[in-house]
Design a protein around this ligand. Sequence first.
Ligand SMILES: [Zn+2]
Length: 165
Amino acid sequence: MKILLWPHPTLKEVSQPYPTDDLAKALLQRRVTEMFGVMKAAGGVGLSAVQVGDLSRFFILDAGNGPEVLVNPHTLITTGDRVPMMEGCLSTPGQFEIVWRHPEVTISYLDGNMVPQTTTATGLRAQAIQHELEHLDGHIFVEHLKAADRGRVLGAMMKMKKSGK
Ligand SMILES: [Zn+2]
């Protein structure tokens, strides 16, 4: 399992709802176990399935509440004016930029056992959830940046690709 690096074309694809039958549930467990390993090794707090080439609507988080699996998530409420937060992405390793995020978000989703859940997140967890939800719709945080900043990140990524990392 490898993390796709921006601007890989798959990162622009919209992920599809994940099935909720028993087989899908069993496959999910295996998939997320591997994803947690990859995410931990890369030092991340969130990873969407699309980032490892799987166009399914789920992501994993470890952003203060322990390991979490969020399947077919929907935003219910975003609270507060957006505030600037330093942000990175495992698809743009080593690149950190300011992105404006809501300080609080409430979402509904299915957990790793396909049980419906609702959660209100703040701080880093809220930021990570907003970041990962964008991945599921084929977007990435660099799209929020001014052209010059986006260009700088792209340049760094091209350099990394060239050096074969
Ligand atoms: Zn990301």
